[in-house]
Design a binder for this molecule. Structure first.
Ligand code: FRU
Length: 907
């Protein structure tokens, strides 16, 4: 598809190029013409002939601007042409002087400039085009002279002052007239090329009866004006009037001569067509003359007919040309659009052709891939059948395995029941008081009960999987039912200092429930709450109702459950990730299934702690599938009908008086049964301290024990973290740490060793192995201690770069530095090492086996030995230098340590 799109795009691209290329082939030239004004026909004629000529050159674009006889405007318009960068500039100046600078500017800008009709100052232009105005003036004079022998009086009506034709026509005229005796220019009226400029002055002269024989007007418009004034004074037959321009058309000079209004007119050609021809020559690079003078002729009654005929023809030709040009233009436009259409069609045909090829190719490809697919399909079908077979076999084998484990679980139940009932019998045979049990017996009870519960969970799970649970709903007072379970947990709450409360605002909470199932539901929710609620926490049970439901909310103040885990907490084999407790992960799954069997709902939220809400429907309409019992039997929960549930967790030991000389063992373990068992086992040999994991580090720092046993799965910090922190703290880094854990994988073992653990023992463990491990880490510590006390100065850095060695080096250098100060105390030393006095004492004792003060003294005496041997200081001086308060005390200490007095030693 992508390819098709690309090809279509390419085709369209070429198409668009071919549509536009006839345009780009022809180069266009721009000609800017600044016309002085267009109020009169002479100028209009000039423009028209320019346009007609330009239309014959399709490459020329002619733009005409009209200055409206305003010099500033003309300058501005010329500047615009310069800015636009026209290829040729044509200017018909209004006046010579003011226009000259802007023409200079165009020339500097490199624009070839043609001056037409009126001139500018100087000769900084490319070419001038126009008739010779001197010749026009002299032609007019000669015409007068030729018609009159006796002389005559003449009025001259001049064109606008400052324009070159007015000046030159006057000069040419006067030069001839003034050379005669009898011909005189008696009056000159200054006009501005328009008839209104001369009428009043002329009328005034006529009024004064100053009448000439001839009037020479610089153009036909003023000449017509003069005739009209003469007519007003009935002088029109008396005065001969000569004009200039000889324009063709109504009120043009030719027409006026023909009508006898003018005697003659001197042809002054506009030069419009010639200007364009000249421009074309310049554009073609041909050389052109500087002054291009147009021919002029006198038109009078003799030749006016011929002239008119000629002009008529010319005019007709011009009109024909214009018409033809228009038709040609139209045809070109039609040709272009048809040409484009053909190209588009060709492009489309090309696309069509390509698409045809493409679809043939696709058809072929499709056929091929269909074949391949069919083959693949066949293979897949074979594979699927194999997988189905395999899955069936796997299912069967799985089924048989699960059945085996279910059967095994059932098998476990019997011996466990036997164990628990035997214990019950023992209880009954003894005085009846549970206190009479020894610790191990209570452990058996506790753990048999736990195993039984786990096995029951497994069996319930299997039953739920097999859909073989049937509800036996019994009419039950929900409050009393929950209260009986609540009572079972009261002693546990007391033991863990947890506030447990049950509240209800329901009057008559009668519900239909399967008591066995609901008992498991609430028992499970409450035991979870107890597992995760720390000492001094709260657990609340609240019974409330809505119109259709009873709602039981169990809320604890434990760690809670992360929000993202709400949805999967009820899935089988799942547990929240934020607690280190290990469980089967079946409890909440079974709980949910049991609630749903009742057509109820269970949900969890967690703000501070976890909050489980069980909603059960009121009445019994939702239980039509089951046989409902209305007999409200007395309440006795499933979990509470054995002595195994009575204060079973309350395993207390008499705390014996500790022997200060025994080594100190800290056990960090959250399973209270196990920690109590370890306590009991190790108590005869060690001073044993227990932590449930929530305060492991604090206890270690407080006690500075000789050895630590630490679990890995702990409620707040993991054993890895605790071990890592202790091993990185100067105060506790020396303490041998044994990890005792159910995690038997290599990864955890490596992680623990990396965290600094000295040993890694997995559960279930052999007690003797554990005992021996403790003995051996302590023995190793002893060996190290011997090494430190005897060879500390000989130990090379690379050899033993432990934190202990670094600690001893710091200690030694501090003692050395302060050895002479009698007041330097153990407190000062501890402060400089940033640990407490007790921690220093315990650390030194643990590493070196002697007290810190003994160690300081031994360092001093070793130094004394050196001084006695190698220096000339006397004994008192040595005593004071070593910070002894008196030489006598020094001598006694020395003798106690080495058996000889300092004096004897020196000699
Ligand atoms: C037209 C015109 C003509 C005259 C010429 C002189 O505007 O007045 O009548 O011959 O200009 O430049």
């Amino acid at each position: 598809m992508k390819y098709v799109f690309k090809v279509v795009l390419i085709a369209l691209f070429f198409l668009s190029i071919s549509c536009t290329d006839n345009k780009s082939q022809n180069q266009k030239y721009s000609i800017g013409f600044s016309q002085a004004m267009t109020t009169d026909n002479w100028r209009k004629q000039m423009n028209r002939s320019m346009q007609v000529e330009a239309s014959m050159h399709p490459e020329i674009e002619l733009e005409i601007s009209d200055a409206g006889n305003n010099v500033e405007k003309q300058i501005e318009q010329i500047e615009k042409f310069i800015e636009a960068g026209v290829d040729i500039l044509i200017v018909s100046p209004i006046q010579s002087v003011p226009i000259t600078p802007v023409i200079d500017k165009a020339m500097v800008a490199g624009i070839p400039t043609i001056i037409i009709d009126r001139k500018i100052e100087g000769s900084n232009y490319t070419a001038y085009l126009g008739a010779d105005n001197f010749e026009i003036g002299s032609n007019a004079a000669r015409y007068i002279l030729s018609g009159e022998e006796s002389g005559a009086e003449i009025f001259e009506l001049t064109g606008a002052e400052g324009s070159s034709p007015a000046h030159e026509r006057s000069k040419g005229f006067r030069d001839i007239i003034n050379a005669t005796k009898d011909f005189k220019i008696t009056h000159r009226i200054k006009g501005d090329w328009e008839k209104s400029s001369i009428t009043s002055a002329l009328a005034a002269l006529f009024e004064d009866e100053v009448i000439p024989d001839f009037i020479f007007a610089h153009n036909d418009r003023m000449a017509l004006g003069a005739w009209e004034v003469a007519r007003d004074y009935s002088l029109e037959d008396q005065i001969k009037i000569i004009g200039v321009d000889g324009l063709f058309g109504p009120s043009g000079g030719i027409q006026l001569v023909k009508e006898g209004i003018l005697d003659a007119t001197i042809l002054y050609p506009t030069g419009g067509a010639e200007a364009i021809k000249l421009a074309q020559q310049i554009l073609d690079g041909d050389s052109v003359g500087k002054n291009n003078i147009l021919r002029t002729v006198v038109i009078d009654s003799v030749n006016v007919g011929i002239m008119q005929n000629q002009f008529d023809k010319i005019n007709q030709q011009q009109n024909d040309i214009a018409r033809q040009q228009y038709t040609i233009k139209e045809q070109i436009a039609t040709y272009n659009s048809q040409n484009n259409l053909v190209k588009i069609m060709m492009g489309l045909a090309a696309i069509l052709f390509f698409l045809m090829l493409w679809s043939i190719y696709l058809l072929y490809k499709n056929k091929k891939s269909k074949k391949r697919l069919e083959l693949n399909n066949q293979k897949i079908i074979v594979q699927r059948n194999q997988i189905e077979d395999f899955a069936q076999k796997l299912k069967e084998s799985n089924e048989s395995k699960i059945n085996f484990f279910t059967a095994l679980s059932h098998e476990f139940k019997t011996p466990l029941t036997l164990i628990t009932s035997s214990i019950e019998n023992i209880a009954k045979n003894s005085s009846g008081s549970l206190k009479a049990f020894d610790y191990e017996t209570k452990l058996i009870i506790n753990n048999s009960k736990r195993l039984l519960r786990l096995i029951n969970e497994l069996l319930d799970f299997r039953k739920l999987e097999g859909d073989s649970f049937r509800l036996k709903p019994v009419r039950t007072n929900l409050h009393d039912f929950i209260e009986s379970i609540y009572s079972d947990f009261k002693s546990e709450a007391l033991r863990k200092s947890i506030t447990l409360e049950l509240t209800s605002n329901v009057k008559d909470p009668v519900a239909y429930i399967d008591r066995d199932m609901m008992d498991k539901v609430f028992f499970n929710l409450l035991s979870n709450a107890f597992r995760f609620t720390p000492k001094n926490g709260n657990i609340s049970i609240k019974l409330s109702e809505t119109e259709k439901l009873f709602e039981i909310t169990i809320k604890d103040s434990g760690l809670g459950i992360p929000k993202e885990e709400y949805h999967r907490i009820f899935d089988p084999f799942t547990q929240a990730t934020n607690n280190g407790k290990v469980s089967s992960g079946l409890g909440l799954y079974i709980t949910k299934q049991f609630v749903e069997l009742h057509k109820g709902q269970i949900s969890v939220t967690s703000r501070q702690g976890a909050e489980f809400k069980v909603s059960l429907q009121k009445g019994k309409d939702h239980l039509t599938d089951y046989e409902v019992s209305e007999k409200e039997l007395s309440l006795k929960t499933g979990q509470g009908d054995s002595i195994l549930n009575e204060e079973i967790e309350n395993l207390e030991f008499p705390i014996p008086v500790e022997d200060e000389n025994k080594e100190c063992l800290l056990i960090i373990e959250d399973n209270s049964d196990l920690s109590q068992l370890l306590y009991k086992k190790f108590h005869p040999f060690f001073r044993v301290y227990l932590s449930d994991g929530t305060d492991g580090i604090e206890k270690a720092l407080e006690i500075i024990p000789d050895v630590i046993i630490c679990d890995l799965n702990l409620p707040e910090k993991s054993g890895f973290e605790i071990c890592h922190e202790l091993k990185n703290d100067l105060r506790t880094s020396h303490i041998p740490t044994l990890i005792l854990t159910a995690l038997s994988d290599e990864e955890s073992r490596l992680k623990a060793l990396k965290a600094g653990a000295d040993m890694y023992i997995t559960k279930p463990f052999n007690f003797e192995v554990l005992e021996q491990s403790i003995i051996s880490v302590l023995y190793n510590r002893e060996k190290l201690r011997y090494y430190y006390t005897n060879k500390i100065d000989e130990v090379k850095d690379e050899e033993f770069n432990t934190s202990e060695q670094n600690f001893l080096k710091d200690l030694n250098s501090l003692i050395e530095k302060n050895i002479a100060q009698p007041n330097f105390s153990v407190e000062d030393l501890a402060q400089q090492l940033h640990i407490s006095r007790v921690q220093l004492y315990r650390k030194v004792k643990a590493i070196l086996g002697i007290s810190i003060s003994e160690y300081i003294n031994s360092q001093k005496l070793a130094k004394a030995k050196n001084l006695l041997q190698d220096s000339s200081l006397n004994i008192s001086e040595i005593a004071y230098q070593l910070g002894y308060s008196s030489p006598g005390y020094f001598s006694t200490s020395f003798k106690n340590k080495y058996g000889v007095s300092p004096k004897q030693y020196r000699s």
